[in-house]
Design a protein around this ligand. Structure first.
Ligand SMILES: [Zn+2]
Length: 227
C-alpha cells in the first residue's frame, strides 16, 4: 500500500529473481508507466468496496475480482499474459523512407531501435540511432546484424561513428548508395511517423510494422473454477 516507484519495484523484483524467488505485486496505487511483463506480474489492488474493507483486484476493465479469488487464480496458474506476436517484441531496427541529400537516392534511414532493454538511453525500449554507441550490447548486436540487414534491406542506411574524431560521441547515418553522412538530429515529423516506419528484427531480419504492436495485458476469468 505504501507508494513505491516503478524502478524501485523493478530493482526489488530483479533482486528476488536473482535469489530464485518469484514474485507478483499487488499495489494500492496506480503506476501509469507499468507495462505488463511476465518478469513483473503487477496488479492494482483496491482496498475498499462501497466504503467497506474488501480488497479486490482491478484489471482496468471494470471487473472486480476479490483478492481471495485472485490469489487462487494466481496460484493455480489461471492468470495469463496476453502477449503480442513474438516478432513485435524482438530488438529491431526502425527506419523511415528518406532521400540522400547528396545523391538523392531513396533510402530507408535507420532512426531508432525498438524493443531494446530498458535503460537510461532506451526509455520504454526505444533507443535513438544516434545514441546506439552508448549502449554497447545493442551496438554489438547491430554490428553483428549489419551484413544480414543489408542483404535483406539493401537501401538501409548504415550507422557508424562520425569521420571526425572531435565530433560528438554519437553515431551518424551513412547513405547506402554514396556513403554521405545523414543527420540523425532534429528528425522531421515525417521521419518519426510510425505509420511510415518499418522495422527489421536484428535476429532474423523479419520485417514488421509498428501497427502490429499491441499492448500486453493480464487476463483471467472473473470467477475461479468450482473446486
Ligand atoms: Zn547518397
Amino acid at each position: 500500500m505504501s507508494r513505491c516507484a516503478l524502478d524501485e519495484i523493478q530493482r526489488r523484483q530483479a533482486a528476488y529473481a536473482a535469489d530464485g524467488v518469484r514474485g507478483a505485486w499487488l499495489i494500492g496505487f496506480s503506476l501509469p508507466d507499468y507495462e505488463p511483463h511476465r518478469d513483473l506480474p503487477l496488479f492494482q489492488l483496491v482496498p475498499l468496496r462501497d466504503g467497506v474493507l474488501a480488497p479486490w483486484i482491478d484489471p482496468g476493465d471494470g471487473r472486480q475480482t476479490p483478492i481471495s479469488d485472485f490469489v487462487t487464480l494466481l496460484l493455480s496458474r489461471r492468470v495469463h499474459l496476453h502477449e503480442p506476436a513474438a516478432h513485435t517484441l524482438s530488438l529491431s531496427a526502425v527506419a523511415s523512407p528518406s532521400n540522400c541529400w547528396k545523391c538523392f537516392q531513396n533510402q530507408m534511414l535507420l532512426v531508432s531501435f525498438v524493443n531494446a532493454p530498458f535503460g537510461m538511453f532506451a526509455p520504454k525500449g526505444w533507443l535513438l540511432a544516434k545514441d546506439l554507441a552508448k549502449v554497447p550490447e545493442i551496438y554489438a548486436a547491430y554490428r553483428r546484424a549489419v551484413p544480414m540487414l543489408l542483404r535483406t534491406v539493401p537501401d538501409l542506411s548504415v550507422l557508424r561513428p562520425p569521420r571526425h574524431a572531435e565530433a560528438k560521441p554519437e553515431l551518424q547515418g551513412y547513405c547506402p548508395a554514396c556513403d554521405a553522412p545523414q543527420s540523425l538530429h532534429r528528425l522531421s515529423q515525417a521521419l518519426l511517423d510510425p505509420a511510415r516506419q518499418r522495422c527489421w528484427s536484428l535476429s532474423d531480419g523479419r520485417e514488421w510494422s509498428l501497427q502490429e504492436r499491441v499492448r500486453p495485458r493480464w487476463e483471467w476469468q472473473s470467477e475461479p473454477e468450482p473446486k
